[in-house]
Design a protein around this ligand. Structure first.
Ligand code: ADP
Ligand code: MG
Length: 255
């Protein structure tokens, strides 16, 4: 699998009146096309900063991101960003929420709107298009947020702890559901999570970051015998506990 993105020695510091906070140091890793990469690391270590750099919202202080598209072009992949909360607006209907990204980017074209209609139908939200977000379940809200993101046809999805506002049971179902839909859509995904079990059950590879400034501590490819089943079943794979223990050790050991 060729890497579509290659991060090379990325470093980043925040500067303000009180001085400097180094958030990232010498981060290097690749992301393959269609791959699901999970990033775990202690709270405050620099995960969101790293995602912002990949999204192009922050420029790295040092280092580069190389692009390597399958078609040989050097165009940076189109990014879709999903955040902690679903950020649906209560004063808009579900339909006007899922088309918001298109509206902002002035892409309310018949093609794109047709795609939205198709996704609403596929994701079981068609009957809710004229409802308000508060009338949806947690899972449906996340699906709506996903439609809004996919409507812009991103190649690379960046998810920053997208399920952390959900209660545990809902989270199990919704994370499995959303990741299944993203796989079906054939997208590449980088997901930040503090939930090790979630990382193991969803990702093809897990990148463990150290405490701030974040450095790459380990890269752990995940191969589960039940992988092709559901992420919920994956938690019962015989290797699951091994991965969990290794991740835990990598996360908690002192440098
Ligand atoms: P994480 O997502 O892993 O919790 P962040 O990337 O949000 O961590 O933050 C990493 C470090 O950078 C933290 O110490 C945080 O306080 C600091 N930081 C984040 N954003 C800013 C900012 N805009 N200005 C100054 N410091 C910041
Ligand atoms: Mg964060």
């Amino acid at each position: 699998m060729p890497n579509i993105l290659e991060l090379k020695n990325i470093s980043y510091s925040y500067h303000n009146l009180h001085g400097e906070t180094q958030a990232l140091r010498n981060i290097s890793f690749g992301v393959g096309e269609g791959e699901f990469v999970a990033i775990v690391g202690p709270s405050g270590c620099g995960k969101t900063t790293l995602l912002s750099i990949i999204a192009g919202l922050l420029a790295p202080e040092q280092g580069t991101i190389l692009v390597n598209n399958p078609d040989g072009s050097l165009r940076y992949p189109k990014i879709g960003y999903m955040l902690q909360r679903d950020h649906l607006f209560e004063w808009r209907t579900v339909y006007r929420n899922v088309t918001l990204g298109l509206e902002i980017h002035r892409q309310l074209t018949p093609d794109r709107l047709q795609k939205v209609d198709r996704l609403l139908e596929e994701y079981g939200l068609d009957k809710f298009r004229d409802k308000r977000p508060s009338e949806l379940s947690g899972g449906m809200k996340q699906r709506a947020a996903l439609i809004r993101t996919l409507a812009l046809e991103p190649q690379l999805l960046l998810l920053d702890e997208p399920f952390s506002a959900l209660d545990y049971q809902t989270r199990l179902m919704v994370s499995a559901d959303i990741c299944h839909l993203i796989r079906e859509a054939g997208k590449t995904m980088i997901i930040i999570t503090h939930d090790l079990a979630e990382a193991i059950s969803l990702a093809d590879r897990i990148i463990v970051l150290s405490g701030r400034p974040a450095t790459v501590r380990t890269e752990m490819p995940v191969r589960l015998t039940l992988k092709d089943d559901s992420p919920l079943a994956a938690r019962n794979a015989p290797e699951f506990q091994d991965y969990f223990t290794r991740l835990w050790e990598d996360l908690t050991h002192e440098d």
